[in-house]
Design a protein around this ligand. Structure first.
Ligand code: F0G
Length: 458
C-alpha cells in the first residue's frame, strides 16, 4: 500500500485558540461595524484573514534571529539576506523595507509620475493604491479566463498578451514599466506560467520597457510551474525561481508571505539606475540602506525563510493543505475559483448568495455569515476591496466578488480545514434564506475595506 501524504515538518511549539458562542459573535461583529478587520483577534477561532505575516517560523529561523546583527550600518544580517536574494533571483541591488507596500512606496516614488499607466495582471490593492495615489492608472491586463471561476486551467493568473500589446501600442509613452504579480492574488492565488513571463518580456523588449515582478508568492508560483508546466517537472524550485526572475528587471517583495517572516519586505533589481533612483526614498521613508525597514534579526530570519520555502517539500506541504480544503468544499458542491490557488481558497459569493443584490456586497455578507457560524475570519476580495472608480466615483461592480480563505503557512492542521469546510457548508445550506446584505455607513477614499463601517441592509 502506498503511504499517505503527510507534512514535511513536526510541531515544536503551540498556541491555544479559543472557541466562542454564536451569541458572543453576534455582539462582537456588531461592535466591529460588520468589518472583520475591526475584530480583536481573540474573538476569532480560526483566522484566515490573511496568509501575510501569519506563518510559523522554523527552528532554523528562530536560531538565525539570535544571531541578528543590529549594527546601524553594514550589518552582517543585511549581507546574509543580500546573498540569499541574489542567489535566488540574480538581482544584485537590494533595498530592505518594512513590508511589501513600503517597497512599492520607495520604488514607485522614483518610477511613477502623474498620468502614467502601469499595465499588469490584477494589481494588488496596495499596489493599485500606490499607483492611484500618484494620480496614475493601474491597467488590468489579466486573461479573461480568470473571471470564470469554474474554468479549470493551470495558469489563470497570466497576463493577456493581446491586452498588454494593445496597452503599449496606445500608451507606450505613458508606461514607465510593466508589473506582473506572481502568484496573482486578486484573481484567486492563480499562478503565472514561465511561458507567459517569457512572452511579457518579449513584448516589453519590443517597447523598451522594464518589467517588475510583485513577488509576494513567487515560490508558490514556482511550485505550480514545476507541477503544471511542461518541461519543468525535473527542475528544482530554486532553478525555476532563477529562470522566472531572469525575465524581470526587478521585484518588490512582501516577505510576510513566501519569506515566512512576520514582518519584512524588499526591493531587488538588476538595474543600477533603479537602485540609485530609489535609495534616497528608502532613507527618507524606511531607514538607512543596509536595514531599510528591518531589524538585523528579521533579515537573518528572512534569509533562512527564503531558503527553506524554495525547497519542494515545504511548498508541497503547504499547497496540498490548500488543495485538501478544496476537496472538502468539492464534496459539498461549494463553488470557488478553480483550480485551488496557492495560498487560499476564493469562494464565489455571487454563485452562493444569489438573493443578495450586488449593491449589498454578497462576499462581505458571506464573510460575516461564516464568522457568525463558527468564528472563522475570512476576507472579502470583492466589491468593497475594489474601491470606487477614481473618475466616476461609482462602485466597481465589474469583477469577481469573492470570499478569500487564506491559509497561514505551517499554522493550522487538516482538522482545522475540516471545521472550515463544514462551517461553510452550514452557511451554504441556508443560503436561500440569506436575503439581505450590508450597506456602507462610512468609507475611506482609498483602500476602504480595512476601515469601512457597515450595517445590515434593511
Ligand atoms: N503584493 C501582493 C500580491 C500582496 O498580496 C500584498 C499583500 C502586497 C503586495 C503588499 O504587501 O502587506 O507586506 O505590505 N497582501 C496581503 C494579503 C496583505 O492579505 O493578501 P504587504
Amino acid at each position: 500500500m502506498e503511504l499517505p501524504f503527510a507534512e514535511s515538518w513536526k510541531i515544536k511549539m503551540v498556541e491555544p485558540i479559543r472557541k466562542s458562542t454564536r451569541q458572543e459573535r453576534e455582539v462582537w461583529i456588531k461592535e466591529a461595524c460588520y468589518n472583520l478587520f475591526q475584530l480583536p483577534a481573540e474573538q476569532v477561532y480560526i483566522d484566515l484573514i490573511t496568509d501575510s505575516g501569519t506563518g510559523a517560523m522554523s527552528d532554523r529561523q528562530w536560531a538565525a534571529m539570535m544571531m541578528g546583527d543590529e549594527s546601524y550600518a553594514g550589518a552582517s544580517s543585511f549581507f546574509n539576506l543580500k546573498k540569499m536574494i541574489s542567489s535566488l533571483t540574480g538581482f544584485d541591488y537590494i533595498i530592505p523595507t518594512h513590508q511589501g507596500r513600503a517597497a512599492e512606496n520607495v520604488l514607485f516614488s522614483y518610477l511613477i509620475k502623474e498620468g502614467d499607466i502601469i499595465p499588469g495582471n490584477s494589481h494588488f490593492d496596495t499596489t493599485k493604491g500606490h499607483i492611484e495615489g500618484r494620480r496614475a492608472f493601474a491597467l488590468d491586463c489579466t486573461v479573461d479566463e480568470a473571471k470564470d471561476t469554474q474554468l479549470e486551467l493551470p495558469f489563470k493568473g497570466n497576463v493577456s498578451i493581446p491586452k498588454l500589446e494593445k496597452a503599449l501600442e496606445e500608451h507606450h509613452e505613458r508606461v514607465p514599466f510593466i508589473i506582473v504579480t506572481i502568484t496573482n492574488n486578486t484573481a484567486g492565488g492563480q499562478p503565472v506560467s514561465l511561458q507567459n513571463l517569457k512572452e511579457v518580456r518579449e513584448v516589453a523588449n519590443r517597447y523598451k520597457k522594464p518589467v517588475l515582478f510583485d513577488s509576494a508568492r513567487f515560490a508558490e508560483n514556482a511550485y505550480f510551474i514545476k507541477t503544471r508546466e511542461t518541461g519543468y517537472a525535473d527542475k528544482s524550485i530554486k532553478e525555476i525561481t532563477r529562470e522566472m526572475f531572469s525575465y524581470a528587471d526587478g521585484m518588490t517583495m512582501s516577505a510576510k508571505k513566501d519569506g515566512i517572516v512576520n514582518m519584512g519586505g524588499f526591493i531587488a533589481t538588476r538595474l543600477e539606475e533603479w537602485y540609485e533612483g530609489a535609495k534616497g526614498f528608502c532613507i527618507q521613508y524606511e531607514g538607512y540602506l543596509t536595514y531599510g525597514g528591518m531589524n538585523g534579526r528579521d533579515m537573518n530570519a528572512l534569509a533562512v525563510g527564503l531558503d527553506e520555502n524554495t525547497e519542494f517539500d515545504n511548498l508541497e506541504t503547504r499547497i496540498k493543505q490548500v488543495q485538501y480544503l478544496a476537496e472538502q468544499l468539492d464534496a459539498f458542491n461549494i463553488p470557488y475559483q478553480r483550480p485551488a490557488g496557492g495560498h487560499a481558497i476564493f469562494v464565489d459569493a455571487l454563485k452562493i448568495l444569489t438573493n443578495v443584490p450586488k449593491e449589498e456586497f454578497p462576499a462581505q455578507t458571506l464573510a460575516i455569515e461564516l464568522y457568525l457560524e463558527a468564528g472563522i475570519r475570512g476576507c472579502e476580495i470583492g466589491y468593497i476591496l475594489a474601491d470606487r472608480d477614481p473618475t466616476t466615483h461609482e462602485n466597481r461592480f465589474g469583477g469577481l466578488d469573492l470570499l478569500r480563505l487564506a491559509i497561514p503557512r505551517r499554522v493550522y492542521t487538516n482538522n482545522h480545514m475540516d471545521v472550515i469546510a463544514v462551517a461553510l457548508k452550514n452557511v451554504y445550506d441556508r443560503r436561500e434564506n440569506i436575503q439581505r446584505g450590508v450597506k456602507i455607513t462610512w468609507e475611506a477614499p482609498l483602500m476602504r475595506h480595512f476601515t469601512v463601517k457597515l450595517e445590515p441592509a434593511k
